[in-house]
Design a protein. Sequence first.
Length: 325
Amino acid sequence: MVEFPESVHIDFRSEEEIRQKLGELTIPIVGTSEFDGHLEILRELAVRLGSNSNAVQNALYLAKGYRDLAVVLQEPSDIEERALYEDMDLNMTTEFPLAISVLHKSLRFASQNRRDVKNTIILDSRPLRFREPRKRESRRIRDARDRYAYAALKQMLHIIRPKVILVCQCDKGGVSLGLPEYLCSSTESTGFVKAVKMGTGHNGHECLTVSSFHPSSITREAVGRKAVARQDLFDTSLVVAVNALVGCKVYGESIWALRNMVRKGYHLREALLEVPVAAPSNYASPQLIQRLKEIGCFRDEELLDDYRIAAMRLAMRPCQSPRGA
């Protein structure tokens, strides 16, 4: 049986190193069996909404897979009602919807070709509620139907009980209608991991969420070097998610730098200069941390590990000032 470390550090100092360093952290694992126990919820929602048959078939196509990982994104494509995914070739980028094609390749990259769109549970954050039909509805009807969709999403996740949810949608507009805030993300938070609890009482389910962003924005909102940085950051979120499945935390200044490359169009060297770096005096000493743990003031092992790692790294490098200071 392969044993994985509790945490791994990712560190690259040149843009040429990024793909290699990410590749070193990929893991060839999949779940034990594919799961479809939640699909009846999707079918019931389709009946309630009177959904287009193609849209229903496409949603069912994406929603089946290993239950340890679920991907949530808003509107996987804009052709759900016009064509069937199962008739398309996933390897033909020009034929398959852009977002799904990008996600397919990134899943394969992060899992060393073990995971892909066909064996990963992918759920629309607003199931069977597409942009164009919604525009033709009154506000009252639109909100009511959106509530049904968000409720169905929560029901499906409760049934699936995934270990990790990769959140690839940044729209918080549905929170007031029932979309959980933990299913909202942003480019700025990409790669962050949070522990969340779905449901209440003994039926509640704890899992991890990994923040990411909509894969279609990689090419639709960026070109050239910025598009490459977006692809690298998106792949990083997949690598973080796959590692989280085996209980391994991926951390490092390089993830923060990638976010800056995407947000501000920086080269890596510029982005690294804006990574927040504190002086050693800003951190508690290892002795104080240990003492706080002994007396019970600190019980968060992950937080303690972060402090230890930061203290060790700061001891080995000179203090840097923020860019432009």
